[in-house]
Ligand binder design. Structure first.
Ligand code: 8YV
Length: 313
């Protein structure tokens, strides 16, 4: 397989990069100074693109690679891939579902606890020596809070299961009601937000779910409500969220993703009611290795004419 050209869209994981380099002719797109000349030179040898949550394969890249057969994403989210274009051209697409579900769900619960119990703030309190001058303020109980989940897929369900262990009543919004769960369904996100204490974004990013958390939803969540986003930044109307947090019209937020990451609105930096993470939902050694192995397994299966491990298209 050494002669097969594989284009890695951006840096993602050293083990994956090393294995791709061993098995294929690997091109690191982010290191290429003149992308258009590079594509003209290599367009007939590149048969696979490996992308992730930051860079994938848009229509322009797909059009520039006439020999492209497969886009293997090092992510479960597919929002950086033009799926319609791939379908139209018969290009296969794979992602990395299941292996990251637990880590992302764990992190969502971690964010809930961090925001309500002010874990990061109280850590800073100890480090700065303030404890010697007085005890830390009281915080908010997590157990029993009403958790509303947008998107009850694999990750949403894993969050629900964990939150249930904290005696949290669970409700959700999704395109259609899931008859197989006992959780309360709200056909409208505003209604869900009005009836929960913690609203979690766990759906995939599509044109329909872009800005699914808007001013109306934020207002419905209210001054005591907390927003947790482990989905994608563009799920939330970020300027609206920032002003709601600054004006204390919303209780707090735990954010692993941002609309223009790695750019994070600076207004958030001075707030004690937010916890900000650098998109690390799946970022454990174990899970990133499992994700990399899935990408490699899918590529190998494709080029050996075997069934793909986790096909999307
Ligand atoms: C990763 C993700 O951030 O799976 C997803 O959709 O957002 C993450 O697991 C990422 O693709 C790793 O580079």
């Amino acid at each position: 397989m050494e002669s097969i050209g594989v284009l890695m869209a951006c840096p993602m994981n050293p083990y994956l990069e090393q294995e791709l380099h061993k098995r294929f002719t690997l091109h690191r797109f982010w290191k290429v100074p003149d992308k258009s000349t590079f594509l003209t030179t290599h367009c007939n040898s590149i048969r696979a693109v490996v992308g992730n949550a930051s860079a994938g394969a848009d229509a322009q890249l797909i059009e520039a690679l006439p020999k492209l057969e497969i886009v293997a994403s090092f992510s479960v989210g597919l929002d950086k891939i033009d799926l319609a274009k791939c379908k139209e051209k018969g290009i296969r697409v794979t992602n990395t579902p299941d292996v990251l579900t637990e880590d992302v769900a764990d992190l969502a619960i971690g964010l809930m606890l961090a925001v309500l119990r002010k874990l990061c703030e109280s850590d800073r309190y100890v480090r700065s020596g303030k404890w010697k001058k007085g005890n830390y303020m009281l915080t908010t109980k997590f157990t029993g809070k009403r958790v509303g989940i947008i998107g009850l897929g694999r990750i949403g369900m894993a969050i629900a299961k964990r939150a249930e262990a904290f005696s949290c009543p669970i409700s959700y919004h999704s395109r259609t009601e899931k008859t197989e769960t006992k959780y309360k369904y709200y056909p409208s996100v505003v209604e869900l937000a009005a009836n929960c204490d913690i609203l979690v974004v766990a759906c995939s990013l599509t044109e329909e779910t872009r800005h699914i958390v808007n001013r109306k939803v934020i207002d419905a969540l209210g001054a005591k409500g907390v927003l947790i986003n482990i989905g994608r930044g563009p799920h939330v109307d970020e300027p609206e969220l920032v002003s709601a947090l600054v004006e204390r019209r919303i209780g707090g937020a735990g954010l692993d993703v941002f609309e223009h990451e790695p750019e994070v609105p600076e207004e958030l930096f001075g707030l004690d009611n937010v916890v900000l993470l650098p998109h690390v939902g799946s970022g454990t050694v174990e899970t990133r290795k499992a994700m990399a192995d899935l990408v490699l397994g899918n590529l190998e299966a494709h080029f050996l004419n075997k069934p793909l491990l986790t096909p999307v298209v």
